[in-house]
Ligand binder design. Structure first.
Ligand code: FAD
Ligand code: 5PR
Length: 369
């Protein structure tokens, strides 16, 4: 049995915090994970993972479990005004679609198995560069390293005054998980279908099979289109543009609570300060166009743990880690922002080798092995 050597305090049990907790624990650290909610639960609907994220699942020993409850659709199809613009298979590269609870559930279970000290209802209010965390209860927790994985509204980040630039794009998206319907079966409904309409108004639905049971739907429209932005959704407006999806849209219209987000990009000058490191959306919230929000979060959490574990001086290694990994994240973030701003994913065949750089990154190599 490994002796607990060093101690890490992690704020936030999203994908970044869970992967950080698992990786540090596997390296023999003692780990406390703070989650402000009353239980570990996922936010959001469905998710794509690519080679980079799937490798992380391998490293966390949860790949089999996630594969059993996810799919690789035959094609990633793009349609404009109901005409097929492209059908992509990413040159055989691995990709997978799933419900977010499949991924979050597998990671959460693993943190428990590994003996991570998980504290729910634990609200982090600030961090200090000497490696301590302050909770809303007033308790101060000391560690060799503090990880701010507390998402886009990060208290760890804001309490330390990290500077960042936040940009919103013009579109918003409602993302839901609905039961699959017998009316939407047959081979064509097994594809991811990204359906764009530009006239008479801009409306898009990203249709994503997650497994036998669930569909992930993203309903996108400009923020200024009041009717198309309304939640619960206005069924007539969506069904007029997407009549073929009527059975699924009826299910969406019947949902009482539907969350809608505006696309945003946060660019930080630094990701680290003293013995504090930010990972995931707290450091690099990005537009979802390349479906890499979660992938980059998990990769950065994993590489952080390995850099910290190898270092004798944590404060000294953190900026080196950030410099080493962030180029690839920054490029993904700016490409995603560009696709969101120009809506140019609609042209089809946008997943070039350059654009797929992040998706195809091997995190194990990136961590320096
Ligand atoms: P988060 O997942 O936001 O996790 C942060 C965690 O920290 C949460 O559990 C939160 O409760 C906790 N927390 C926050 N503040 C505190 C505090 N002060 N103290 C303690 N705990 C705290 N990407 C996709 O690829 N596909 C999608 O379908 C998709 N859907 C999304 C839907 C929503 C609603 C959101 C917000 C994002 C979505 N994204 C999606 C983006 C992607 O999910 C994120 O990039 C990824 O989840 C980031 O992970 P994270 O761990 O950094 O942050
Ligand atoms: N791809 C994915 C996605 O969830 C969204 C987008 C692209 C997987 C929206 O959430 O461009 O809006 C997108």
């Amino acid at each position: 049995m490994s002796v607990d050597r060093r101690h890490v305090e992690i704020a936030g049990a999203g994908f970044a915090g869970l992967v950080a907790a698992i990786t540090f624990r596997k390296l023999g650290w003692s780990v406390t994970l703070h989650e402000k909610s009353d239980e570990l639960r996922p936010v959001g609907a469905g998710i794509f993972l690519w080679e980079n994220g799937l490798r992380i699942l391998e490293q966390c020993d949860v790949l089999e479990e996630v594969l059993a409850d996810s799919v690789t659709p035959p094609f990633y199809e793009t349609r404009v005004h109901d005409l097929v613009a492209s059908k992509e298979m990413f040159g055989g590269a691995r990709w997978r679609t799933m419900a977010r609870k499949t991924l979050h559930g597998a990671l959460a279970k693993k943190t428990l198995e590994l003996g991570v000290d998980i504290r729910t209802n634990s609200n982090v209010v600030s961090a200090q560069i000497d490696g301590s965390l302050t909770l809303s209860s007033g308790e101060v927790r000391k560690a060799d390293l503090v990880v701010g994985a507390d998402g886009v509204g990060s208290c760890v980040r804001d309490s330390l005054g990290f500077e960042y630039e936040r940009t919103f794009s013009r579109d918003g998206i409602a993302r839901v998980l609905v039961e699959r319907d017998r009316e939407l079966t047959g081979p064509q409904w097994d594809n991811v279908i990204d359906m764009w309409h530009f006239a008479p108004r801009v409306m898009r639905i990203l249709y994503v099979p997650c497994n036998e049971r669930y569909l992930y739907l993203g309903l996108m429209a400009p923020m200024e289109d009041e009717e198309a932005s309304r939640v619960p959704i206005v069924l007539d407006a969506w069904a007029e543009t997407f009549p073929q999806l009527l059975p699924a849209l009826k299910r969406v219209a019947a949902m009482e609570y539907v969350r809608r987000d505006q696309y945003q990009t946060n660019e930080l000058k630094e990701w680290t300060r003293g013995k504090v490191a930010l990972v995931g959306d707290s450091a690099h919230a990005m537009c979802p166009a390349l479906a890499q929000g979660a992938g980059t979060s998990m990769v950065n959490a994993y590489t952080l743990a390995h850099f910290a574990d190898r270092a004798s001086d944590i404060a000294e290694v953190l900026p080196k880690w950030a410099t080493h990994v962030r180029g690839i994240t920054d490029r993904c973030q700016s490409r995603s922002a560009h696709f969101a701003a120009t809506r140019s994913m609609a042209r089809g065949y946008q997943f070039t080798a350059e654009v797929m750089e992040t998706a195809n990154t091997d995190p194990v190599k990136l961590a320096g092995f």
